[in-house]
Design a binder for this molecule. Structure first.
Ligand code: 13P
Length: 252
């Protein structure tokens, strides 16, 4: 039985798209009847205002950023503050994506600071956790994801997760075509919820936990049928409007 939690499909375009792609994608989404699920699209930040103009504030589709600065506006070359993202019509921010942890050397402490900055400014943070293939083979998955979660939870408690989102993205499943089985993903989602539940069971029960890693229309429904999988954080498949809509459709 599925719990009574909000269900989400969030598209993370990563560094893909163009003005033309933004126009075509959001025009298409504005023409169809949308499935009753929370829909969020995270294009590169430079396209947020273009997307916001097509969508209008009343749209069911919300916008998210792929990263956010931990700092308020100031001398931080190349960064974008939470307040600036909000000004562009953005409501969500991904923090701690494995590509930023790897390529930008973001630590758990950096991710925690970004999570709190986003939350404080009024953005909904989407915290990503996940293990490498080597860690899974070494049976370190539980330890790794709990430690990533604890970098926020053990310092700030469960309250900061009220109104936030959590995403389990096994690194070996991102962009590889290898998806965690619904059972593998469910086991980790359950562990994450139990870990938060150790601090506050009602926050844990309300928290949407999304799965990410090679989600597509053909495998989404099986993942969404699991009791602790409340939605998906979708990379490659979220770039095609029809595929994105089909994934949303299976998460009503
Ligand atoms: P893919 O769906 O392309 O595997 O990417 C997943 C992801 O990293 C979403 O944040």
């Amino acid at each position: 039985m599925q719990a009574n939690r909000a269900r989400y499909v969030i598209g993370n375009w990563k560094m893909n798209g163009s003005q033309q792609h933004v126009a075509a994608f959001f025009d298409r989404l504005s023409q169809v009847e949308l499935p009753a699920t929370e829909m969020v699209v995270c294009p590169p930040s430079i396209y947020l205002s273009q997307a916001a103009q097509i969508l209008k504030p009343s749209s069911q589709i919300k916008l998210g950023a792929q990263d956010v600065s931990a700092h308020p506006p100031g001398a931080y070359t190349g960064q974008i503050s939470a307040s600036m993202l909000i000004e562009q019509g953005c409501r969500y921010a991904i923090v701690g994506h494995s590509e930023r942890r790897e390529y930008n050397k973001e630590t758990d402490a950096d991710v925690a600071a970004k999570f709190l900055a986003a939350k404080l400014a009024g953005l909904t943070p989407i915290l990503c956790v996940g293990e490498t293939h080597a860690q899974r083979l070494a049976e370190q998955t539980d330890k790794v994801v709990v430690s990533q979660l604890n970098s926020i939870l053990s310092h700030h408690g469960a309250d900061v997760f009220e109104g936030a989102l959590l995403a389990y993205e096994p690194i070996w499943a991102i962009g590889t075509g290898l998806t965690a089985t619904p059972e593998q993903a469910q086991a980790v989602h359950h562990l994450l919820r139990e870990t938060i539940g150790g601090y506050d069971s009602s926050v844990a029960a309300r928290l949407p936990i999304l799965y990410g890693g090679s989600v597509k229309a053909s495998n989404a429904a099986a993942l969404f049928s699991m009791p602790d999988i409340d939605g998906a954080l979708v990379g490659g498949a979220s770039l095609q409007a029809e595929e994105f809509l089909a994934i949303c459709e299976s998460n009503k």
